[in-house]
Design a protein around this ligand. Structure first.
Ligand SMILES: O=C(O)CCC(=O)C(=O)O
Ligand SMILES: [Fe+2]
Length: 318
């Protein structure tokens, strides 16, 4: 059972909490619709849904294969990504090429089973999402070195520089396949509580949005269905917010935090674009990302896009 130990008090509204779901889940059974709707609403509001016992998404044999891999020294700093649309693995170096087929088979299976499971667990999203990358995370997170913007031990909301979502939401599903060690996260304020303050304080939204002339041009380009040649304002803002949070040492130090432990064989799902999160330690996790379009959300007003557009007063998507 995940024990929310509080590093600094981060309870009450405006902070992420954890909802433990103790049932065991066969892959082929759906949740009752109302319960599924309730879970979607919790997730969209910035809470974590935690399954103490993961459904069977990967065989013991394949877990052992993943855990037993020797990573070559040049690849030691990388996670391994699986791109479902192309059925392709990235993140291996040349000396590991002979492992590609086996890893692709394992990751394809994990990706498919995760999607099957979530389509029965989060029914309103089923068939509406874009299946993004899956990842295998074999590196110990404690003490892992990275550029400041790539550090995942600093609180942040996710934003992918190479994959703008144009307002769709980032849902991530994790499984801790470490046989003995928990994965440890910190969380702080939700985007609903933090984002508006941040947008207004730094005048960031205004600087991202440009002046009324550039906004007019964007609007005209949208009407004429012309590519405007830049990423959507929404993604521009989310990316700047991601970077600014990681750069802000005082914020990282002083923000009230909750600490969560995800034990071996547990699973959790979370909208990482509205749950500020940091991973402190843990090794060997599997993860699948889903892009959930605005049209599938059950509480659209809680989405970072809606929150930001309300402040900006103009559309932030293309
Ligand atoms: O690996 C994890 O537990 C989370 C890391 C993270 O924040 C991310 O991949 O965006
Ligand atoms: Fe993240």
């Amino acid at each position: 059972m995940a024990a929310p130990t509080t590093a600094l008090p981060a309870s009450g509204s405006g902070f992420s909490h954890l909802l433990a779901v103790e049932d065991s889940f066969p892959l082929d059974a759906s949740l009752p619709l109302q319960r599924s709707l309730d879970y979607c609403a919790e997730l969209e509001a910035g809470h974590i849904i935690f399954l103490p016992s993961s459904p069977d998404l990967i065989s013991q044999e394949d877990r052992d294969l993943l855990l037993g891999r020797r990573q070559s020294s040049s690849a030691i700093h990388k996670n391994i990504a699986y791109r479902p649309a192309e059925d392709r693995i990235t993140g291996l170096d040349a000396s590991e090429a002979r492992e590609t087929d086996e890893l692709r088979r394992i990751m394809r299976g994990f990706s498919q089973h995760s999607a099957e499971f979530l389509s029965r667990f989060l029914i309103p999203y089923a068939g509406k999402w874009k299946l993004d990358y899956a990842s295998y995370r074999p590196i110990e997170e404690k003490g892992r070195s990275a550029r400041v913007h790539a550090r995942n031990d600093l609180l942040h909301f996710d934003s992918f520089p190479t994959r703008p979502t144009n307002g769709a939401r980032i849902l991530r599903f994790f499984v801790n396949i470490n046989p003995t060690e928990s994965r440890i996260w910190l969380t702080s304020q939700t985007f609903e509580a933090f984002g508006p303050r941040f947008a207004l304080a730094g005048n960031l939204l205004a600087s991202v949005g440009g002046n009324s002339v550039t906004r007019g041009l964007r609007q005209a380009a949208r009407t004429l269905k012309l590519p405007f040649g830049r990423r959507p304002l929404y993604d521009e803002f989310m990316h700047r917010c991601h970077n600014a949070m990681k750069e802000d040492a005082a914020f990282q130090d002083q923000a009230p935090k909750s600490r969560w432990e995800f034990p071996p064989n547990s699973a959790w799902m979370v909208f990482t674009d509205c749950v500020s999160h940091a991973v402190l330690s843990g090794q060997y996790a599997l993860e699948q990302t889903f892009m959930i379009p605005q049209s599938a959300l059950v509480k659209r007003e809680k989405s970072p896009l809606r929150i930001l557009q309300k402040i900006a007063g103009y559309p932030l998507t293309l």
